[in-house]
Design a protein around this ligand. Sequence first.
Ligand SMILES: NC(=O)c1ccc[n+]([C@@H]2O[C@H](COP(=O)([O-])OP(=O)(O)OC[C@H]3O[C@@H](n4cnc5c(N)ncnc54)[C@H](OP(=O)(O)O)[C@@H]3O)[C@@H](O)[C@H]2O)c1
Length: 319
Amino acid sequence: MIQKRKLFQTLVTEIGLGCWQLGGDWGEVSDAEALEILRASHEAGVRFLDTAAGYGAGRSERLIGQFLKEQSEAVFVATKIGRKEASEAHLRTGVENSLQRLGVETLDLIQLHCWTMEHLRQHVVWETLRDLQKEGKIRQFGASVESVEEARFCMAQEGMVSLQIIFNLFRQHPRDEFFAEAQAKGVALIVRVPLASGLLSGKFCAETRFGAGDHRNYNKDGAAFHVGETFGGLTFEKGLELVEQLKSLLPGEPPLAALALRWILDHDAVTTVIPGASSIRQAVANAEASRLPALPVELHQKLAEFYRNQVAPHVRGQY
Ligand SMILES: NC(=O)c1ccc[n+]([C@@H]2O[C@H](COP(=O)([O-])OP(=O)(O)OC[C@H]3O[C@@H](n4cnc5c(N)ncnc54)[C@H](OP(=O)(O)O)[C@@H]3O)[C@@H](O)[C@H]2O)c1
């Protein structure tokens, strides 16, 4: 059993599955492999999936649609719409396409997928989302953001129920910037990149190589999209060095990835954390973090201090 937390008026599992990878954007993933990961995660109790129209150009949503047909129990699917333009037409077409790919009549949650401030400021965006909600096309809407400014701006919009953010042991600043405000406003926080793209599993070393189609190769310095989406904004080399320091602060068991997820769940403002998984084993192991006891308060203090002194100065990209 995975514990549940509130996303507006719905209870969702506090561990979800990030489905970016299932689109095939990180390298080859067959339909069969993707479906096996979805099934294993479901078997382990996960009932929250995060996807986007852009993942594999709709492939991730399509595979989830296929998976949903096999399920008798409700699974909450949070999807996203790209930032091509801030228009009613773009939002309406995007929602119709996601509905079709997912094979559902109403989207549980649609999130603006890292829209720019310029686009977020257009009233038509929020008005159209509210209209789509009234029309029954979407249940709720939220936004996936990169910066504190975007987070604050989105939280102020009427009807907004969720913010998707990067938050992990190597990217702790959101906690001090807006967690209290989100909690006070009842805005659910969905935590992405919780393992700093796998760095926080502790399994990488200087010899590790990522494939040409893997963002940990082509976006390691932010060449394709926001640098924070890859290794939480650290260089791979600095990340490796910091993982070693981190290991010396933590107990040897359970595994580092589980402790990193548990650390996130220890923050009450968080609704759900959505680690990606490239294997059944990872999907199952990540679900286990819900069963672990909270980390001691003194350890939380040490980890906050570690972030402030050792990590924060090396985090790249505007946030
Ligand atoms: N802009 C946005 O809105 C945005 C951007 C990024 C991500 N997201 C969402 O957030 C989700 C998660 O982010 P992410 O996948 O980029 O980063 P992540 O969850 O921090 O890292 C996932 C990677 O960590 C490794 N891993 C996972 N579980 C493990 C375990 N138990 N033990 C060892 N290694 C493990 C795997 O690496 P290997 O494959 O190397 O084994 C996996 O590919 C995405 O799937 C997506 O849904 C949204």
